[in-house]
Design a protein around this ligand. Structure first.
Ligand code: CU
Length: 373
């Protein structure tokens, strides 16, 4: 849902919290995960909202539906990893493996027995509900010798398009149709997921593998395994080409109701910058006196000790956050990543009071919070 200290205070050890919410006009694949420190690395799962009874998909009903969750695995306590990074200002240590439905697969040392097997029958169409529950990494995904038809992104139907390899970002979901071969093939097929990374610094450049296995009538078979080729980790042109393919269905039943008039324009730049090291300490950011920090319009987020929206709701926002969030980046620079850029940040819990600006009548008072994750 949303991080601890934003909508609510963290759920204490041993305690339970029941979310009660109504789903209106929404369906598709979403995910849930823990949102305190880096606990989301190991505590996550799918949320699958089916179409209403008697309503169908805008494509032929699949033979079976299978959730596929990508994860990111640390051999150490992930809370210690992010705590150390926040303290030193250096980039966090990278993960040790990626996983498919919790299993790293045979490309890592000693993990061959922990391989996800997707067992299928020939001549069928499967709906794979892909979910990227990794913390930080965009992942390429491909199944050897099989084409995937993308039909949904982030719980919104899209005009179907075919790919051999797709990209999925952390927190995102993509539904794809997998048509199996018409006859039993004399092979098994690797499904691989590996990172896309175009920045500077270190990242987990490893690949997780699962296997697509056709349930063969004769059980004493040992078939060769075919492997797909993923794009290089920095294949930005591939990524741009892939993301260009998303189009809404925009038909009578699933219209693209985009607001046609704009009342206010905001300009957000989201980036990774630096903030000053606390006095009389040394840090391990790009130099000794700075820390890396994520930002929006040069404002980084500092966790308050009271939940932001909770304190807003109860009218106790004094001192919890400021209300001067900039509507534009402080100093314009080349936002495409080409230097020189403007990376110095102020750390604060900052919000807009939307009613500080003239809202069209009838709209309710709201609050916007800035939250680099
Ligand atoms: Cu989240």
């Amino acid at each position: 849902m949303v991080p601890a200290y934003v909508t609510q205070c963290p759920i204490q050890t041993g305690q339970a919290y029941t979310y009660n919410f109504t789903i209106t006009g929404q369906r598709g694949t979403l995910l849930w995960h823990a949102h305190f420190s880096w606990l989301r690395s190991s505590l996550y799962g799918p949320i699958i909202i089916l179409p209403k009874l008697n309503e169908s998909y805008p494509f032929k009903k699949p033979y079976k539906e299978i959730p596929i969750l990508f994860g990111e695995w640390f051999n150490v306590d992930p809370e210690a990893v992010i705590a150390q990074a926040l303290q030193t200002g250096a980039g966090p240590n990278v993960s040790d493996a990626y996983t498919i439905n919790g299993l790293p697969g045979p490309l890592y040392n000693c993990s061959a027995k922990d391989t996800y097997k997707l067992k299928v029958k020939p001549g069928k169409t499967y709906l794979l509900r892909l979910i990227n529950a990794a913390l930080n990494d965009e992942l390429f995904f491909s199944i050897a010798n099989h084409t995937l038809t993308v039909v949904e992104g982030d719980a919104v139907y899209v005009k179907p398009f075919d790919v051999d390899t797709l990209l999925i970002s952390p927190g995102q979901t993509t539904n794809v149709l997998l048509k199996t071969k018409p006859h039993f093939p004399n092979a098994t097929f690797f499904m691989l997921a590996g990172p896309y990374f175009s920045g500077q610094g270190t990242f987990d450049n490893s690949t997780t593998a699962g296997v697509l296995v056709y349930k063969h009538p004769s059980s004493n078979n040992h078939f060769p395994s075919l492997k797909p080729t993923l794009p290089p980790f920095n294949a930005t042109a591939f990524v741009a080409n892939f993301t260009m393919k998303f189009r809404s269905l925009a038909n009578a039943k699933f219209p693209a109701n985009v607001p046609q008039t704009v009342d206010r324009r905001f300009f957000f730049t989201v980036g990774l910058g630096t903030s000053p090291c606390p006095k009389n300490t040394t840090c391990q950011g790009p130099n000794n006196n700075t820390k890396f920090s994520a930002s929006i319009n040069n404002v980084s987020f500092v966790l308050p000790s009271l939940a932001l929206l909770q304190s807003y709701f109860f009218g106790q926002s004094n001192g919890v956050f400021t209300s001067d969030f900039p509507q534009n980046p402080a100093t314009p620079f080349n936002y495409t990543g080409a230097p020189p850029n403007n990376t110095m940040e102020h750390g604060r819990s900052s919000c807009w009071w939307l009613d500080r600006y003239s809202l069209p009548s009838g709209q309710s008072r709201g609050v916007v919070y800035a939250l680099p994750s």
